[in-house]
Write a protein that binds this ligand. Structure first.
Ligand code: TYD
Ligand code: MG
Length: 454
């Protein structure tokens, strides 16, 4: 066999390239490609002695009961997991350094221990004393969680095989290291091999394994994306550092709906659940300010109201700026184009800033109309009615399309004291939600009825 040369791997997405370049073709990340030793032939990684046996076949119709799920009692976490923790599942929790992953998982471990699970928390970053100190600060000093400060994967797997815990937390996957893999800790091959071994352990022993992954800024350390495909559930812990809100979002879940969110608040005593996120995202809203609209959105299975803010100002630059926080920049460009072509309101020469308040990130097309409403309100310098929510998808023709779960959106609006809603014609809404409906066929009609513009 020809000796394999070095390979070049992107630390963001794990794509393998034949030669080095400054930018990864696969994911577009800059400066993330670096050299790694070629993978060992055959399945690499740590080998535990195990006897060979034939794979076992079962029928689709076999009546094995599904494994029972365990609830932690932290409602926001249980919902994001799809209704509790599934035994034998591998879960990735990604997020920026310092966002609160270790805090969340220590609280989760303590909560699951309280529900009767045997929990092991392996820290590769902090000494046991540090973890213990944090637990003390969180008021969890008495929780029945076993700690290990270890980065050697073989040692950890041997301990886990002996202990057989129900839940293992590995904080973080980037610090795990096996000498069977010939590259530096944190490299793509080390991280993948560790994730593969730990996910394999979860399946073999029926333990749930949580892998913590830092989202990395510089290219030498592999990011959590390189192990997303190896796990059952991928959760990201998001939030602005300056804000105290944190959002746990499921982007993949084999055991429940994806796109579910759990909302937490970082307090002096750790993360606290936020039971009513709409109230939180709307708090501090200036009711009669131009450039603000309230979007009635759906996150996962739950309606959430959130304020969308826009600022439109004459641009001092030859090329006007478009800046977006919490929404998709390409979608903003589309809405500006529709506004110009179908409503006759150009934004040329105007800087446009768009912000989703509270640090939430929205990906629903249903937010189109709320974004357009905020932009129009900012451009016309006229406030929208303070008691109105807005939702609907905008098509390139300028027409509005109905979106899913109209009724849930309206119910949430009513619950929070809103009394009218602007929404697409033909939306399936039952009467009796107590919210007055202002159905509009297209964007031009919306602009006309709200602002007399267009
Ligand atoms: P941490 O869980 O260590 O983040 P990660 O594991 O994602 O890197 O959280 C670190 C931040 O959380 C730190 O800046 C302090 C803050 N924090 C609180 O505000 N309250 C608390 O009770 C705790 C434990 C941390
Ligand atoms: Mg940490």
């Amino acid at each position: 066999m020809a000796k394999a040369g070095p390979v070049y791997v992107c630390a963001e997405c794990g794509a393998v390239h034949a030669k080095w370049s400054g930018r990864c073709d696969a994911c577009g990340a800059w400066n993330s490609i670096h050299e790694e030793a070629p993978a060992a032939p055959g399945p690499g990684g740590v080998r535990l002695p195990r006897s060979h046996r034939a794979a076992i076949l079962t029928d689709l119709s076999s009546t094995e009961a599904p494994p029972p799920r365990t609830l932690s009692g932290i409602g926001e976490l249980d919902r994001v997991l799809g209704g509790g923790l599934v035994p034998g599942s591998a879960i990735l929790v990604g997020g920026d350094p310092g966002i609160g992953k270790s805090t969340l998982l220590l609280q989760a471990a303590a909560a699951f221990a309280g529900s009767g699970l045997k929990c092991v928390y392996v820290s590769g970053e902090e000494a046991s004393a540090q973890v213990r100190m944090r637990a003390g600060r969180l008021g969890l000093g008495q929780a029945n969680v076993q700690l290990a400060a270890e980065t050697d994967l073989t040692g950890i797997l041997t301990m886990l095989d002996a202990e057989r815990p129900d839940l293992v937390i590995i904080d973080s996957i980037q610090t795990m290291w096996s000498d069977a893999v010939g590259s530096a800790p944190g490299s793509v091959s080390q991280v993948r091999s560790a994730a593969h071994e730990l996910a394999g352990f979860a399946k073999r022993r029926g333990s749930a394994v949580v892998l913590v992954g830092h989202v990395t800024k510089e290219g030498q350390i592999a990011g959590p994306r390189v192990v997303e495909h190896m796990v059952d559930t991928v959760l990201y812990f998001e939030g602005e550092r300056g804000h105290q809100f944190r959002i746990l979002r499921s982007v993949k879940n084999r055991f429940g709906p994806a796109d579910e969110i759990g909302v937490f608040e970082m307090t002096g005593g750790g993360l606290a659940e936020v039971q009513n996120p709409s109230a939180l995202f709307l708090s501090g809203r200036e009711e009669r300010a131009p450039g603000s609209s309230v979007f009635a959105g759906i996150e996962g299975t739950r309606p959430v109201l959130v304020e969308i803010q826009a600022l439109v100002a004459p641009s001092p630059h030859s090329q006007a700026r478009r800046a977006v926080v919490g929404w998709d920049g390409a979608r903003l460009a589309m809405i500006l184009a529709v506004m110009e072509a179908r409503v006759g309101l150009p934004f040329t020469g105007l800087d446009v800033y768009l912000n989703v308040a509270g640090g939430l990130r929205i990906s629903e097309p249903a937010a189109d109309l709320a974004v357009a409403a905020a932009l129009l309100s900012a451009r016309e310098d006229a406030a929208l009615p303070a008691d109105m929510v807005v939702f609907g998808e905008i098509s390139l023709s300028g027409a509005l399309r109905p979106v899913s779960q109209t009724e849930n959106r309206l119910k949430e609006a009513q619950k929070l004291g809103f009394s009218q809603a602007a929404l697409p014609e033909r939306s399936k809404a039952a009467e009796g939600t107590g919210v007055a409906l202002r159905s509009v066929p297209d964007l031009a009609a919306f602009a006309g009825s709200m602002f007399g513009a267009g």
